[in-house]
Design a protein around this ligand. Structure first.
Ligand code: ADE
Length: 419
C-alpha cells in the first residue's frame, strides 16, 4: 500500500501555498462547502483516490475533502499539467500526491497505480484513466470501490461505454453532466483558458486572424465565442448536422476541415475524437499555421502525421514546436498537441472551477451517503444539488433573483388556465 508522496520538489511548497490561497479566495462556494464538511465530517475515515489535474483549484477541492474527514491520494490527469509548487504544498498538507510536470507515459501510469493501490472507498477522475485501470489491470481493487466521479465529457463517454457493455463495477456520478458544470466550465472555462494558453504560448494577435474551431459542443462554443470576441474571423467544423446548424445560426462560417485547412491561421480541436487534423489537412495549411488542442487527450491533432511529413523539427518557444515541411512551409504545434489550456496556461479560472469542484465535493458526499442504494450505473447529481450550487454562486456574486408567487406556481402546474 502506498502511503507517501512523489513530487518534483518539496522546496516549492511556499510558492504553492500562495497559489492555493489565491484560488480559494475565488472559490467561495467550495469554501462554504468546506465549512459545512468541517462541521459534519461526512467523509470521516474514508480513503479517496483522485486523478485530477494538480492545480491550485484541485488543491482547494482535495483540502475540502480532507476537511470532511477523508484521507486523500492524488495523481495528475495529464503528464504536462501538474503545477509543481501546488503539489509540494499539498504534500506538506498531508495529501498523498503522486504528480510532477513533464512525466513520461510510464511515470504517469505508475502514479495512477499508486493512488489506486490504497484500496479507495471513493475515487474521482478526470478523463477516466483511473476508472479504466480499475476495470482492467486493477479490477481486483475496483470490485471494492463504493463509487466514483467523472469530471469531463471524454471520461463520461468512456464510462457510458462500460455501462452499455454491462461491465461497470461501481456507480459513477457524471459530474460533467451537472448544469452548473458543463454550461460554465466547458463553455466559459475552456473558452477563456484555451485562448489564454494560445496567447501565453505565442503572444500572437487574435484580431483579424482566421480561427478554426473543430467541434461545436460546449467547449467548441466557448472557444468560438471568445475568439470572435477578440476580433477573429471564426470558422467552425462539425460532423453533427444539428450542431453545425446552430453554429451557422450563431453567425459562424461552417465548412469541412478539408476546406478550412486552407484558410485557417489558428486551429483548435475540441471534439473528443481522434484524427481531426491529419496529414491531408496539414498538407493544405498556410505557412505559419498554429495548431492547438483543447480536447482531453492528445489524439485530435495527429502528431504522428506531423512528424511524418516534416523534414525539420525544433522547439522555438517553451510550448511551440515548429515543423518544417518539404516545400519550406512551417506549422506550429502548441503544447505537443495536449490540452493547451492546462499545459501552456493554468487551466480554467478558479471562479468557474468553484462550481465544477463543488459538484465534485457533493458527488463524493452523495456516494458516501447513498452507496447502499446506488446501482452500477452512470448517474447525474440530483437537480436540487445543481440548483443549490447555482444559488450559492449567485449569492457569492451579490446577485438576487425573483421568486415565484404561490399564484404563479399554481399557474405553471395547471392545464386549464389559459388567457
Ligand atoms: N480542468 C480545467 N481547468 C482546470 C483547473 N484549473 N484545475 C483542475 N482541472 C481543470
Amino acid at each position: 500500500m502506498s502511503e507517501g508522496y512523489r513530487i518534483a520538489n518539496p522546496n516549492l511548497a511556499k510558492d504553492g501555498w500562495v497559489q492555493i490561497e489565491w484560488a480559494e479566495h475565488h472559490m467561495p462556494v467550495l469554501i462554504s462547502i468546506r465549512e459545512e464538511f468541517s462541521r459534519s465530517k461526512p467523509l470521516e475515515g474514508l480513503r479517496v483516490s483522485a486523478v485530477l489535474h494538480v492545480t491550485k483549484e484541485t488543491a482547494a477541492l482535495v483540502r475540502t475533502l480532507k476537511a470532511g474527514g477523508a484521507e486523500v491520494w492524488l495523481a495528475g490527469s495529464n503528464p504536462l499539467s501538474t503545477q509543481d509548487d501546488v503539489a509540494a504544498a499539498l504534500a506538506e498538507d498531508g495529501i498523498h500526491v503522486y504528480a510532477w510536470r513533464g512525466q513520461k507515459p510510464e511515470e504517469y501510469y505508475w502514479c495512477i497505480k499508486q493512488v489506486a493501490s490504497v484500496g479507495p472507498h471513493i475515487i474521482m477522475d478526470d478523463g477516466a484513466d483511473l476508472h479504466a485501470y480499475l476495470h482492467s489491470e486493477g479490477a481486483e481493487i475496483g470490485r471494492n470501490v463504493w463509487g466514483g466521479t467523472e469530471e469531463t465529457t471524454t471520461g463520461v463517454i468512456r464510462l457510458r461505454a462500460l455501462e452499455r457493455e454491462g461491465k461497470l463495477q461501481y456507480p459513477v456520478i457524471a459530474v460533467n453532466d451537472s448544469l452548473t458544470k458543463y454550461l460554465f466550465d466547458n463553455r466559459y472555462g475552456t473558452g477563456q483558458s484555451t485562448i489564454d494558453g494560445i496567447l501565453r504560448a505565442t503572444n500572437i494577435l487574435i484580431a483579424g486572424k482566421v480561427f478554426v474551431v473543430a467541434g461545436y459542443g460546449w467547449v467548441g462554443r466557448g472557444i468560438a465565442l471568445r475568439a470572435r470576441g477578440m476580433g477573429a474571423r471564426v470558422i467552425v467544423t462539425e460532423v453533427d448536422p444539428i450542431r453545425a446548424l446552430e453554429a451557422v445560426m450563431d453567425g459562424f462560417e461552417v465548412m469541412p476541415m478539408s476546406k478550412a485547412a486552407e484558410l485557417g491561421d489558428i486551429f483548435v480541436t475540441a471534439t473528443g475524437d481522434k484524427d481531426v487534423i491529419v496529414k491531408e489537412h496539414m498538407l493544405k495549411m498556410k505557412d505559419g499555421a498554429i495548431l492547438a488542442n483543447a480536447g482531453h487527450f492528445n489524439v485530435e491533432v495527429s502528431v504522428k502525421d506531423l512528424e511524418d511529413i516534416a523534414v525539420r523539427k525544433r522547439i522555438i518557444r517553451k510550448y511551440i514546436t515548429e515543423y518544417t515541411l518539404k516545400d519550406g512551409r512551417r506549422l506550429y504545434l502548441l503544447a505537443e498537441g495536449r490540452l493547451v489550456n492546462l499545459v501552456a496556461a493554468e487551466g480554467h479560472p478558479s471562479e468557474v472551477m468553484d462550481m465544477s469542484f463543488s459538484n465534485q465535493a457533493y458527488a463524493v458526499k452523495y456516494i458516501a451517503e447513498n452507496k447502499d442504494s446506488l446501482q452500477r450505473r452512470v448517474y447525474t447529481l440530483p437537480r436540487r444539488i445543481d440548483e443549490d450550487i447555482a444559488r450559492l454562486k449567485l449569492k457569492s456574486m451579490g446577485i438576487e433573483i425573483d421568486v415565484l408567487t404561490e399564484e404563479q406556481k399554481r399557474y405553471l402546474s395547471s392545464w386549464n388556465l389559459g388567457t
